[in-house]
Each structure stands twice: as structure tokens, then as C-alpha cells.
Write a protein that binds this ligand. Structure first.
Ligand code: PEP
Length: 248
């Protein structure tokens, strides 16, 4: 039985006030069933979030990290630094990082390793573009992205991983994959995982991401292989995010 995970990716949004609102609201939230919840605010809010989220079900997440421990990398933040702030999860391979910052599969893998080295759980984001879907390449693209990282990890490292399937055409567009489309890809990821690590396949948490909101979450989360969500826009509205957590 996999424990669901709901992750909120604030991207370059939010404010100190929103951190406080989340802390206050979630301090009184009863989640109906066991679920892990993590919020990924921008770096400058991590310290405030650590205080505001204490005593709530919210864990602390980061949106990226630099693979190096320290050094001459102006503007970058290392895993070691994130660990010092109590960060438990980090995104790796988000499509915005792959597209806008040209992060390759190899660079995504380096970030995953850097996170694992300091005990932070990576959420590996994968997904196809609309052109790739139209060309019938969705599964090839997604399994390549998954395999590049997962096949290089030790079994113990794989157990720290979560995979988020986020079709690029559904991110921030208001266009959600149908529950059937999402389920089909999740099943393909789980089958692929079973092909080289059968013991992990059943335990691996798979999240759906792409315009998930309070109205469509329940149907998506009801699919057998969907173990949670990675939520962008709707994670900035505390009541919507709370409702999604309550439907997990
Ligand atoms: C995301 O950024 O990971 C995401 C899924 O965004 P949205 O929910 O806004 O589509």
C-alpha cells in the first residue's frame, strides 16, 4: 500500500504572507487518510516556511539544486545548504528546467545524486511535449527520462525516489490529461520499473502533474497507479491545495 504524496510547486511565485497563510491554515487541517504533503516555495522563503510549517502536516521542498557541494557557481544553491534548512524533497527535471535552462538527462541525474547524497528525496519529473505525443512518442520519451536516472541508481537510492509524470502540454495550460491517459502512462512507468527492479515497482510512488486542481483531483487520484499529485497553479491557493490534500 503506497502512501499518497501531494506536492505543491510554487515556481517563482508566492510571498512571505502566503507562507504564513499556509502555516496557519494547515495547523488546523485534519487530513482524512495518511498522506504526505510538501510545499516547494522559492529559496528565499525556505527559512520562513520551516518555522511556519512546524506542527503542520507540511514538509519542506526545494525546486532545484546545484549538483556541486559548494564553489564558484554564482546564484546557485547546493543540496548541503538545502539540507541545513530541513528540506526533505527536491524537484529534478521539471519541464521548465529542461526547456528554459536546457537541463539534460545527465544534468537531471547529477541533481538526483546530489540530493540523495545529503538525504533529500528527489521527485523526478518526466513528460512528453505535445509534438512528441502527436508523433506517438510519449512512452518512449517518458521511459527514456525515467530510465536514464533510475537505471543508474543503486537499489537503496531508488527507494528514495518519487516520479512525477507531467505531460508538458498539460502544465499551466488548464488542459489536464484524462484519468485514462494518465493511468496508462503510470502503468507503463511501473511496468518498466518492474523490468529491472521488481521489488521496487510496487512501492514506487508515481504522481500526476498538469493542471490538477480541486475539481479534477479526486478522479485522477482514484486511478490505481496514481499515488499523488504535483500541483503548480492550484498550490498557490490555500483552500484549493487543502481540498486536493483532503481528496488524496
Ligand atoms: C507543475 O508546475 O509542476 C504543474 C503541474 O503546474 P500546473 O499544476 O500549474 O499545471
Amino acid at each position: 500500500m503506497r502512501k499518497p504524496l501531494i506536492a505543491g510547486n510554487w515556481k517563482m511565485n508566492g510571498s512571505a504572507e502566503l507562507i504564513e497563510t499556509f502555516g496557519r491554515t494547515f495547523a488546523g487541517v485534519e487530513l482524512p487518510s495518511p498522506v504526505d504533503v510538501v510545499v516547494h516555495p522559492p529559496f528565499p522563503y525556505l527559512d520562513a516556511a520551516r518555522s511556519a510549517f512546524a506542527g503542520t502536516p507540511l514538509s519542506l521542498g526545494a525546486q532545484t539544486l546545484n549538483p556541486l557541494h559548494s564553489g564558484a557557481r554564482t546564484g546557485e544553491v547546493s543540496g548541503q545548504m538545502l539540507a541545513e534548512f530541513g528540506v526533505e524533497y527536491v524537484l529534478a527535471g521539471h519541464s521548465e528546467r529542461r526547456q528554459l535552462y536546457h537541463e539534460s538527462d545527465e544534468q537531471v541525474y547529477e541533481r538526483v545524486i546530489a540530493a540523495l547524497t545529503v538525504g533529500i528525496r528527489p521527485i523526478l519529473c518526466v513528460g512528453e511535449t505535445l509534438e512528441e505525443r502527436d508523433a506517438g512518442q510519449s512512452e518512449n520519451v517518458v521511459l527514456r527520462q525515467v530510465g536514464y536516472v533510475m537505471a543508474r541508481l543503486e537499489p537503496g537510492q531508488r527507494r528514495m525516489m518519487t516520479i512525477a509524470y507531467e505531460p508538458v502540454w498539460a502544465i499551466g495550460t488548464g488542459r489536464t490529461a484524462t484519468p485514462e491517459q494518465a493511468q496508462q502512462m503510470m502503468a507503463a512507468i511501473r511496468d518498466y520499473q518492474a523490468s529491472f527492479d521488481p521489488a521496487l515497482a510496487d512501492a514506487l510512488r508515481l504522481l500526476y502533474g498538469g493542471s490538477m486542481n480541486a475539481s479534477n483531483a479526486q478522479e485522477l487520484l482514484a486511478q490505481g497507479d496514481i499515488d499523488g499529485g504535483l500541483i503548480g497553479g492550484a498550490s498557490l491557493k490555500v483552500d484549493d491545495f487543502k481540498a486536493i490534500c483532503q481528496s488524496a
